[in-house]
Design a protein around this ligand. Sequence first.
Ligand code: SF4
Ligand code: SF4
Length: 386
Amino acid sequence: MTRENRDKGRDFVFPKMDIWKETGLSRWPVFDEKDRVIRELHFELTYRCNLKCRMCDLWGQGAADPTKIELELSFDEIRRFVDGSRRLGDVQVVVLSGGESLLRADLADIVSYFTTKMPNASVGILTNLSSEALLRSRLEEIFKKCRPNLWLGSSIDGIGEMHDRVRGVPGSYDRMMKTIAMVKKDYPKMDVSLTYTLLPENYRHFLPTYELAEKIGCHYGAQFVVQKEGTDVFRWTRKQLDEISADIDQVIDRLLTEHDAMGRIFRGESADSQWLWTRLFYWRILKQYGDRPRRYIKPCLAGRRYAMLDPWGNVSFCSPHKKKPVGNIRETDFDALWDGDKARRLRGHIDEGRCDCWLMCTANPVLDKIMQLACSSPGPVTGGGS
Ligand code: SF4
Ligand code: SF4
């Protein structure tokens, strides 16, 4: 792509996207009772893990205190808390994560339960894909019990040895590639998403992993590392951030060209292309966030449409707020926690924009909603382009 064509694409598409964003935001409703109907439940089933990623504070917690493993919510407790909740009645996405979620021996029972209880929901299993045999056996157990709308999510942190270094276990990369090949062969309809965590150590593998994901037929996203207590300390230099910014620009330019963003606008197909604008927005804001972390989009759906649970039953609003749970379902039922004072105060804090992050799990639903609102009645998105 020539530089001139690239600039033309951005100059044409970005101002339109910015108008759609403003339109969507201007139509964003004042949060009301309905906005506490949860659409996505993110459930961390265990903190046990067979890898030791440098940016992760979970495996240490699980390994250091074996008694915590015994305290993980049992299958019966999971069933009771979901059955007893009205707020969870409209969940559309259940994400089962860890630690390494496949280490839960009752994973098939849990997936089967959610599939029966929430037949319209998709179920995502987040796994590090480091054991083909374990994944194969869990999938066989699951498909013996039910036919879920199942997808897999994982992380990739570099090509080859770089992935191993970040994941803390030699051979992880090769095992992951083997596991993905098995899924692609034996479960060809199952989506696999890979998330790249940008670290000062691995950022030069960002574009190569993007290209790899395209080649092996996996979805791909990236986010900056979130600094956690008890892990390595990550510091960025100006030069590193500039290099990342240039690489993200390449991804943006490829999306613009490969999906003919200009043509879609010219042909009046903008409203049918919301997924493309959402993806472009995500990357554009990721670049800004790396440069200057702050809240770039005011509304956040964490604590309204998005809920999190840890393995011991603590309920929180999002991953960055995990250390501030609104309560524990072993002590109080889920809906009472969700509607309680502590939750209300935390929502106020969030609405005032007093926290920030740019993570795929919480950013993309907000961008999706903004684009839906922009398209909700005749307006700039549905009007085609010129
Ligand atoms: S695979 Fe996931 S849970 Fe395990 S150490 Fe890495 S980031 Fe943590
Ligand atoms: S902006 Fe980020 S940290 Fe703050 S509530 Fe939303 S998801 Fe959580």
